[in-house]
Design a protein around this ligand. Structure first.
Ligand code: NAG
Length: 261
């Protein structure tokens, strides 16, 4: 069995552009990535937030109420909730909008850091968000809601524009079609990665358009509902490797248990 352990510890100054990151997983993480998309404004995706550690963009997230944000569980390691903030209501991850503290981080109890099963987390905010054209909650799907192949979905984030590339300051978004789990699992079997029931896939077999490093935790949306959370993938936008997302529908009861929504 192929087993990759990535252990990265980067410690920069607490001031300015600090990044602190520990990763331990045997699947490739998508900690930031929109490839082949276009710049958008926050009014196009008012549910999008930047989840930040010590004031630096770390992951995407989605507003589900004035006090709760959904993101990816792999975005959190040993750093306390109080070191995190979210920026809502801005097209730029480093300026504008509203910055709100995080009171508590609730990772899914079945989250598995090795294969990213149940890669979903809920943040409880320390003060309520103000809603308007640039910041608004996104409705959730019901339990057991599935989408047929090729259903168009939109993913957004401040992740890298190309694999291993630099990340933009302005929010990007791209359309990607749903790929069913059986087909997606068969594609990833080559790499010995599992596509589990808690995951869903979206992307083009030809590649070219995808989420990428820095988009993790961000929203995948169909018909105005939050369907998926950016989780992992083999590289970014590579042919025959669709992006893999945590399924919101599959973890729907967890969201209700934590938030009452
Ligand atoms: C990106 O970086 C990884 C790790 O260094 C490498 O394996 C991969 O080939 C790189 N991708 C591209 C497109 O350069």
């Amino acid at each position: 069995m192929k087993f990759l352990i990535i252990l990265a510890l980067m410690f920069a100054t607490i001031l300015g552009d600090s990044t602190i990151d520990i990763t331990y997983a045997n699947v490739p993480l998508l900690d930031g990535r929109i490839v082949g998309g276009s710049p958008v404004t926050i009014e196009d995706c008012p549910y999008q937030v930047s989840v930040q550690l010590l004031g630096s963009h770390r992951c995407g997230g989605a507003i589900i109420s004035d006090r709760y944000v959904i993101t990816a569980a792999h975005c959190f390691t040993i750093w306390p909730a109080s070191w995190h903030t979210i920026r809502a209501g801005s097209s730029f991850h480093n300026s504008g909008g509203q910055v709100v503290g995080v009171n508590a981080i609730y990772n899914h109890p079945n989250f598995n850091r090795a294969n990213l099963d149940f890669d979903i987390s809920i943040l409880h905010l320390s003060s309520p968000l103000s809603f308007g054209p640039a910041a608004a909650p996104i409705p959730l799907p019901t339990q057991n809601q599935y989408y047929s192949d090729d259903t168009p979905a939109v993913v957004s984030g401040w992740g890298a524009l190309i694999e291993n590339g630099t990340a933009p300051l302005q929010l990007q978004a791209v359309w990607v079609p749903i790929v069913n789990n059986v087909r997606c699992g068969a594609l990833y079997e080559v790499e010995e990665y599992d596509v589990t029931d808690s995951m869903l896939c979206a992307g083009y077999m030809s590649g070219g358009r995808d989420a990428c490093q820095g988009d993790s935790g961000g929203p995948l949306v169909i018909n105005g509902q939050l369907i998926g959370i950016v989780s992992w993938g083999e590289g970014c936008a590579r042919a025959n490797f669709p992006g893999v997302y945590a399924s919101v529908s599959y973890s729907r009861s967890f969201i209700t248990d934590i938030t009452g929504i």
